[in-house]
Design a protein around this ligand. Structure first.
Ligand code: AMP
Ligand code: MG
Length: 286
């Protein structure tokens, strides 16, 4: 970690927000800034600095992918409406070269998707080697919205936690590092973000009347999120629980989680597959 970043994180983000069974979702302070000791101005400055670091690491991942490395990183974003998933993509992933990003958003399954196993559409969207994958919602909807709304019988969704763990274990073995981020916004902050969507012409498109229905189911969602964290935060694919009332914080936290994941790959620039001196000579003579 750069000196500046180290100074502002009294606990590294990957430790500060890692899902902890002793800290239930119901007690989470959504306007907190776990691990971070600076203020908003510090956070915004650091965001640009660390975004550049993220960009350079991602370029290395991409370069290695081009040279045949099968490894990839997959950011999974889960959160209620207005938690800031779209902004996370736009601003955090916005720091990196779009060529190296495999982005997928998962909405209500299409008729075709419904005919398949719930992991079918997920499998088709996995990042290729060298790519930074981003899931805006994910297979976890199949134990969240599906559980809250009884979209399939209980005996089916209860089995999905184990299925997901097995699926993710295989993904990790195949070379994908999962960075799973559960984004939490408080009910008050959600209300004000939804109100803004109703007050601004440029935000109507983000508003969906069903967001208010979902909001009223918050206790059921909280229970479903808690079960998800309890059952699917594993040592090979842990969950990170990120408070999102302060967007500047959630964005620097996720930037650090991605930097951490990429640094652990210990990437170097791919070596030349040609004779450098011979090529320099050829070029000079050309
Ligand atoms: P948005 O992310 O605002 O575009 O909304 C997407 C909607 O699709 C959300 O209401 C999700 O809960 C819903 N959704 C995503 N995956 C599923 C699923 N597997 N089953 C049912 N609804 C889903
Ligand atoms: Mg929405």
């Amino acid at each position: 970690m750069a000196d500046d970043a180290r100074g502002f994180w009294k606990t590294p983000a990957a430790l500060a927000v890692r899902a902890n069974p002793d800290q239930p979702v119901a007690e989470l302070e959504c306007n907190g800034t776990p691990g971070f000791v600076g203020d908003k101005a510090d956070g915004l400055r650091l965001f640009e600095e660390r975004g550049a670091v993220l960009s350079s690491l991602q370029e290395k991942l991409y370069a290695n992918g081009r040279s045949g490395d099968r490894r990839s990183v997959l950011l999974v974003l889960q959160g209620m409406d207005t938690a800031g998933k779209g902004g996370m993509v736009r601003h955090v992933i916005g720091h990196v070269d779009p060529q190296g990003v495999d982005h997928a958003a998962f909405g209500v399954p299409t008729a075709e998707e419904k005919r398949h196993h719930f992991l079918w559409r997920i499998n088709r969207a996995l990042p290729r080697g060298g790519q930074l994958g981003v899931f805006d919602r994910s297979h976890y909807e199949d134990v969240l919205v599906v559980r809250v709304h009884d979209l399939v019988p209980e005996e089916i969704w209860t089995g999905r936690y184990d299925e997901i763990n097995q699926f993710e274990k295989e993904l990790v073995l195949a070379g994908t590092t999962l960075v799973k981020v559960a984004m939490f916004v408080s009910l008050d902050e959600q209300k004000s973000r939804l109100r803004e969507r109703l007050e601004r012409r440029d935000k109507y498109w983000k508003y969906n009347p069903s967001d208010v229905d979902e909001r009223q189911l918050w206790p059921a969602y909280q229970e479903a999120y808690q079960a998800m964290l309890d059952k699917t935060s594993t040592d090979y694919a842990p969950w990170y629980v990120v408070p999102c009332d302060r967007k500047w914080y959630s964005r620097i936290a996720v930037t650090e989680l991605l930097i951490d994941a990429l640094e652990k790959l210990d990437l170097d620039w791919p070596t030349a597959t040609f004779d450098i001196d011979a090529e320099k000579r050829r070029l000079a003579e050309s």
